[in-house]
Design a binder for this molecule. Structure first.
Ligand code: FE2
Length: 275
């Protein structure tokens, strides 16, 4: 039972509505020592590793993100001084990390009906590195393993609808940070053994403290979340046809009709062998 203090009442009230802090006991798990992470990084498929310089601004044009010139393995070995930020994606491909992921999500699943597409990510970051302001499409619990990390999280309502639509169209996750929103943020300073829930599409940025940081991010999707994603994609298409679609969540019946249209279209594409 790696997660602590998962109160069902609190979870039901806040899950995917607002961020909340949790605790876990993965800090001394042998899979997260630097030696094991070097070993994992060495054999992990390169296309599932994203890494770059860590000293970035909150607003980062993803086409201009600076590199460090180091290899993946060197970056992990020298993470304390590499001034780098790295994520190893889909680490559940390795049975040890899959077990750790499942041990956590098995605790959450009764509270998140329809949980599917379980995925795990490991973030390895140099002291002081920055994850620029961005959104993600999964339900996320970020568990801090080593070092400290400050997560600054905003309500998705601060974003204009078109920014979310562009993300679901396939544009990069990074967003332009508007400093005037800062006082609407919720900030969580995570020490090892602490974690935070990041709701779907809740924009956030992350600052690593004075030591190298290792975090384990456990994510999943649900049928409801996937329906919302589909409606954003439909709205993006409608907007590009010159229409002004009703924002997601404003009219549930309209959303449902859009989703059904999307699902029929996808099914037809599959039948035609195009998807
Ligand atoms: Fe994120």
């Amino acid at each position: 039972m790696p997660l602590h203090e998962l109160e069902p009442g609190r979870f039901k009230a806040d899950f995917n509505k607002r961020p909340f802090q949790i605790r876990h006991d993965l800090v001394n798990h042998p899979a997260f020592t630097l030696e094991r992470l070097v070993e994992l990084a060495r054999k992990h498929p390169a296309e599932l590793v994203e890494y770059n310089a860590g000293d970035l601004p909150l607003t980062q044009d993803p086409t201009k993100t600076p590199r460090t010139g180091l290899s993946i393995e060197e970056t992990v070995k020298r993470i304390r001084e590499a001034k780098s930020w790295m994520v190893l994606k889909r680490v559940e491909r390795d049975p040890t990390y899959k077990q750790a992921l499942d041990d956590c999500l098995d605790q959450i699943e009764p509270l998140a009906p329809g949980m599917r597409t379980r995925r795990a990510f490991i973030f390895i970051s140099s002291p002081g590195s920055v994850t620029p302001y961005h959104i993600d499409h999964e339900y996320n619990f970020l568990l801090q393993i080593q070092g400290t990390k400050t997560m600054t999280i905003f309500d998705p309502a601060v974003l204009d609808e078109q920014a979310i639509e562009r993300f679901y169209r396939g544009e990069h996750r990074n967003l332009v940070f508007d400093q005037s929103l800062q006082d609407q943020a919720q900030t969580f300073v995570l020490k090892p053994g602490e974690g935070v829930h990041v709701p779907v599409n809740a924009p956030h940025y992350v600052l690593v403290g004075p030591e190298a940081s290792v975090s384990f991010s456990i994510t999943f999707r649900t049928p409801e979340g996937d329906r919302r994603s589909a409606v954003y994609q439909v709205n993006d298409k409608l907007r590009r046809l010159g229409l002004r679609p009703r924002p997601v969540g404003r009219a549930p019946l309209v959303d449902r009709a859009k989703y059904l249209g999307y699902a029929l279209y996808e099914r037809a594409q599959k039948a035609l062998g195009r998807s």
